[in-house]
Design a binder for this molecule. Structure first.
Ligand code: FA5
Length: 328
């Protein structure tokens, strides 16, 4: 091969090389120690007449430099493209998305923690309930006008429990009955859980939301006890001394019935229904209303979370929008 042919072939092969192995092959073919094409020419210099020796020698050495620098720059191009061949420990790492708890779960956990501290136990009940527990035993017999307070999702007629129709519970109050049927006072419990109402949704109403029921029963439980427990609860939940106000209200399963307001950012906000357990409810669970007294309350978890975290639309909780949930 002449120097011209070597130059042409070597540079073409370098340009085509796709990886380190290709470049090694080019190096071997032309600059290899044993029988590389250019090496052979360089080695034959010593047998040449002085004039030719000088000319060929200069040209061959120049060509060697040219081939070497072409290989070097090709190596740079290939190296930059293949990340596996380089480890740059100064590059920023890839961020791993870490999951976290939903604001409603955070709220429920905090509420449980506070009530555990006040010596309450936590119990849970079924979301599919019978008419008996959701209404009748709570002093809301069929055709009672108070049934209109709870727009109800009824299950199809074939799902009957004994003689009682089935429904999606409209509140957590049925657990008052279930718990008292199987336990004797004194006790104090809370019942967190999901409830359902066949209502139109808007910024403060959902079809599916959560309540926390409370029930304390014993020989001398009274409204002052209720007021203490609930004040203590809000002081801890909102991390500040919170004014509360009790207003007369009506729920068939309590007498007297109350609505509880808290003062928050200068405004009174309604946060829960409550009252002293109605004697008819004690009758339904075979307690003697002459011997035991109790208070009960029921609060909306979403509404409390909206107050605490300044959320203005209840529908955000179930939107699945990461821009919302990532803030908690
Ligand atoms: C009840 O459900 C009663 N069981 C509460 C109760 C328990 C009273 C024990 C007395 C004794 P009410 O329908 O008002 O009451 O609902 C209670 C709370 O649930 C409300 O204060 C509100 O915070 C929340 N709530 C009611 N409807 C909705 C809704 N559609 N969306 C979100 N939260 C709601």
């Amino acid at each position: 091969m002449t120097l011209g042919e070597i130059k042409e072939k070597a540079l073409a092969a370098i340009a085509k090389a796709q990886n380190l192995k290709d470049l090694e092959a080019v190096k071997n073919e032309f600059l290899g120690r044993q029988d590389g094409e250019l090496t052979t020419i360089l080695r034959s210099l010593k047998d040449m007449p002085p004039e030719e020796k000088r000319e060929t020698g200069t040209a061959a050495n120049a060509l060697r430099g040219e081939i070497e620098s072409a290989m070097k720059s090709r190596l740079g191009v290939l190296g930059a493209g293949s990340s596996s061949s380089r480890l740059d420990i100064t590059r920023p790492g890839e961020k791993v998305r870490v999951g976290h708890l939903h604001p409603l779960t955070l709220m429920e956990n905090r509420i449980k923690e506070i009530f555990l501290g006040l010596n309450f136990s936590i119990v849970e009940g079924p979301e599919v309930e019978s008419e008996h527990y959701n209404f009748d035993a709570l002093n809301i017999p069929p055709n009672h006008p108070a049934r209109d307070m709870w727009d109800t999702f009824w299950l199809p007629a074939q799902y009957k429990d004994k003689d009682s129709r089935q429904l999606l519970r409209t509140h957590t109050s049925p657990m008052q009955i279930r718990y008292m049927e199987t336990h004797q006072p004194p006790f104090q419990i809370i019942v967190p859980g999901r409830v359902f109402r066949f209502e139109a949704t808007d910024a403060s109403h959902e079809v599916n939301f959560h309540q926390v029921e409370g029930l304390m029963v014993g020989p001398d439980v009274n409204l002052a006890n209720f007021k203490y427990v609930i004040s203590e609860f809000f002081n801890q939940l909102l991390n500040q001394k919170t004014d509360i106000r009790l207003r007369p209200s009506y729920f068939p399963f309590v007498e007297p019935g109350l609505e509880v307001d808290i003062k928050w950012k200068g405004k009174w906000l309604e946060v829960m229904g409550a009252g002293m357990v109605h004697p008819n409810v004690f009758d339904a669970v075979k307690y003697n209303p002459q011997q035991v007294k109790g208070f009960a309350f029921g609060m909306g978890l979403e509404r409390l979370a909206m107050i605490k975290y300044k959320i203005d639309d209840i529908r955000l909780f179930y939107s699945g929008d990461l821009r919302f949930v990532d803030q908690f």
